[in-house]
Structures are given as structure tokens and as C-alpha cells.
Design a protein around this ligand. Structure first.
Ligand code: SF4
Ligand code: SF4
Length: 387
């Protein structure tokens, strides 16, 4: 098995995924609009349950990956590692090809790539547009800062970032145990010829023969390929390989169980989601009004959030309040996709019914699209007898 070739293919796929995710709204925060895009859903920030379950699900997915497979995310999937290795490759390639002023060309190439990468990164948090290139908006200023940090990272830090600054590496140290996937050197018959090819190819600059538990190891498998190429020529078995402790133990079962619980919660929250969210509250600055027509009026306030992708409308009606009439500017209320509508309406009923200070009744709403119906228990206030 050639791990280098597999890794390069996986990295190309991951790079393409990193490029397109924000443009397809698979996962993206839109901070200016206060939206969270997840799996094609446009979630409003007040949809707390879904946002909570989605974030917890993603967090435990990372934990699960770490417990089972160690830093394999770093070696195969992480954009930081992909771009660091690309940066090292570019630098070496320019030297090999004897390009004039290789350092300057290298820095220019990294600077150009940093602009593109920063644009994609900021697109995870703001709508992707050319305004991200200006410094007149918060997103544009963030873009300029991220461009500078990206340049410094890939021009100078590269894989040093993984061993000094990346919190995932430290998290891995807490989560890994003897059953986690490891890259291990085993040489019971003392076959190692000390060629040190495994050390030379290691992108993290470590010697895996010293210990399989070195925090710097990103499980990339380059040393496995290196040793394989040497030992095959000597007709001996590879001294380095992946070792895996297995799936069945309490820690893994618990982490998997928690992940499934959050996945279930997320699924249920998405299934129960209302695209048209209607809220109604009574306006109690004035308890009631008696009109010139002798009817008694109560005032109510409403808000409709259309969290879907199509224009919608909500129809209001009254139940269990005999003789009631609804006075609204428009009914149904139309709301464009992604917009909110607010307003007030009055409900009146005939006056002259003594003794009924408080009447319980229901305001019903029916919305399209989705045919979602909701009922809001309310109270109608009226003057008491003789008042
Ligand atoms: S590549 Fe294999 S043989 Fe060479 S130093 Fe490393 S472990 Fe020993
Ligand atoms: S020790 Fe081997 S698996 Fe670990 S980072 Fe170095 S080359 Fe990759």
C-alpha cells in the first residue's frame, strides 16, 4: 500500500471540499446576516436548538475521530497541513529548477495564494463577494488580517504551526490512548540498517523509532512508505506500520453513544423545524378600549420570521370568542424568503356582556408554504359589570 499516493489523493479531494463548502452552504456562518448554514439548511441564529445540536455534533465528531484515529485528520484532511506541504514543495521545486531569485518567487507565490485562501476562509463567515477585498467593511478588514496571517504561516511557520500553536494537537494528547491508531516502529529482530530514510521524509521532522507516542506525529504514513521502499530491496519486512487497538471499550462506546445522541437531537430538531415562525403577544399598555360602536377592543402584536427559501404568507383567525372580529391591515400577511414581518392588530367583540372580565380564546395561524398550523392561547380583557 502506498500511503503517500493515497494521502495526496485524499488531500486533493479535501482541498476541493474546502474550496466549495462555503459556496454551497454546506457549512457556513453568515455573521452579518446572523445565519448558520448547515447541510443546505439556512438556520436563523435564534434557532438555538438546531445550532446547538449541530455544533455539539461536529465537536463530538472531532473527538470521535481523535479517539479512534489519532492525528490522522492532521495528516490527511487538515487544510493547514495540505497548504504547508504545498508550500514546502513549491520552495524545494523552485530551488531544484534553479529559478532565478527562488526566495523572492516563492514569497510572491505564497502571497498570491494567501489572498485566495483568505478569501475562501472569510467566506465561511461572511457572504462570498468582492467586497471581502476592500477594507471599508469589517469582513474586508478581517480578510486583510487573515491574508497577512496566512502569508506568515505558509511562508515561514508551515508545519511548525502544527506542533506549537494548533490546539487540536494538544487535544489529541488528552484523547489518545493505547487503542488509538498509531504509527509504530517494531524491530524485534534488529533489521534496521540505520538508513534514516524514515526520518528524512517525515514532514514533522521526527524520528518515529524513538516512540510511537510523539505528539508531533500526524500519522501521515510517509515513514511507512520510506521504510517499505528500503526493506523491500533487502527482501525484509517493513519495520514501520499502522497499529490499531480496536473499537470495543467503554471510552469508545461512550463517545460513539454521545455522538449518536447529538445526531438524533439534530435530526429531531431539523424535522420539527417550522419554516414560518409566528409569535403573538398581547399589548397590555392599555388593557382594553371601548369603541364608539360600543364594541370592546384588545390589541395584539405579531412577528413572522420566514426562515425558508420561498415567499410565504400567514393567515390569522380567531377561535372560541363569540362575535369576535379581527382588524388587520392585511390578512394574510405576506413575508419574503429570509425576511421578518412585524405589526399589530385588534380583536373586538360586542360590548354589554356583564361579568366577563377575562375570556380565554385562541388565535390560529396557518402558513404557506408548508401548511403549518399553530394555535396561540390568549386572553381577551373586558370591563367588568357596571364599569
Ligand atoms: S527507513 Fe526503516 S531501515 Fe531505514 S532507518 Fe528508518 S526504520 Fe530503519
Ligand atoms: S513519524 Fe511518520 S507518520 Fe509520523 S509524521 Fe513523521 S512521517 Fe508521518
Amino acid at each position: 500500500m502506498n500511503w503517500h499516493r493515497i494521502r495526496r489523493r485524499v488531500q486533493v479531494v479535501c482541498f476541493l471540499i474546502f474550496l466549495v463548502l462555503p459556496f454551497l452552504n454546506v457549512i457556513r456562518f453568515d455573521i452579518p446576516k446572523q445565519r448558520f448554514y448547515f447541510a443546505g439548511y439556512e438556520l436563523w441564529i435564534n434557532e438555538f436548538a438546531i445550532v446547538f445540536f449541530a455544533l455539539m455534533f461536529l465537536m463530538f465528531l472531532v473527538v470521535l475521530m481523535s479517539v479512534f484515529f489519532g492525528r490522522i485528520y492532521c495528516g490527511y484532511l487538515c487544510p493547514q497541513m495540505i497548504f504547508s506541504e504545498a508550500s514546502v514543495f513549491l520552495e524545494n521545486w523552485l530551488k531544484r529548477k534553479r529559478v532565478p531569485r527562488p526566495k523572492l518567487v516563492f514569497l510572491a507565490g505564497v502571497a498570491a495564494a494567501s489572498v485566495v485562501l483568505a478569501f475562501i476562509f472569510i467566506s465561511y463567515f461572511a457572504p462570498p463577494s468582492l467586497s471581502l477585498f476592500g477594507t471599508s467593511t469589517a469582513a474586508g478588514i478581517c480578510g486583510a488580517v487573515v491574508t497577512l496571517l496566512t502569508f506568515l504561516d505558509f511562508a515561514f511557520l508551515k508545519q511548525k504551526f502544527c506542533t506549537t500553536a494548533c490546539p487540536y494537537g494538544y487535544l489529541q494528547g488528552l484523547l489518545a490512548d493505547d487503542k488509538t491508531l498509531l504509527v509504530q516502529y517494531q524491530d524485534a529482530s534488529h533489521d534496521c540498517i540505520e538508513c534514516k530514510k524514515c526520518v528524512r521524509v517525515c514532514p514533522m521532522g521526527i524520528d518515529i523509532r524513538k516512540s510511537p507516542f510523539q505528539i508531533e506525529c500526524v500519522h501521515c504514513g510517509e515513514c511507512i512508505d520510506a521504510c517499505e521502499s528500503i526493506m523491500t530491496r533487502l527482501n525484509k519486512r517493513n519495520l514501520i506500520g499502522y497499529t490499531f487497538g480496536g473499537f470495543r471499550d467503554a471510552k469508545r462506546v461512550v463517545v460513539l453513544g454521545v455522538l449518536l445522541c447529538y445526531a438524533g437531537g439534530l435530526f429531531a430538531a431539523l424535522a420539527m423545524r417550522h419554516e414560518m415562525l409566528v409569535r403573538i403577544d398581547p399589548v397590555r399598555e392599555t388593557l382594553y378600549q371601548v369603541g364608539a360602536d360600543g364594541r370592546i377592543y384588545n390589541r395584539f402584536r405579531f412577528q413572522i420570521d420566514n426562515r425558508g427559501r420561498k415567499p410565504g404568507a400567514v393567515v390569522f383567525s380567531i377561535q372560541q370568542l363569540p362575535g369576535a372580529a379581527l382588524a388587520m391591515d392585511t390578512n394574510p400577511v405576506r413575508v419574503d424568503a429570509g425576511q421578518s414581518a412585524r405589526g399589530e392588530f385588534q380583536i373586538s367583540r360586542p360590548g354589554g356582556k356583564s361579568g366577563e372580565l377575562v375570556t380565554h380564546f385562541t388565535i390560529s395561524t396557518a402558513s404557506v408554504p408548508g401548511r403549518e398550523a399553530s394555535e396561540f392561547p390568549m386572553t381577551f380583557l373586558a370591563p367588568g359589570e357596571g364599569k
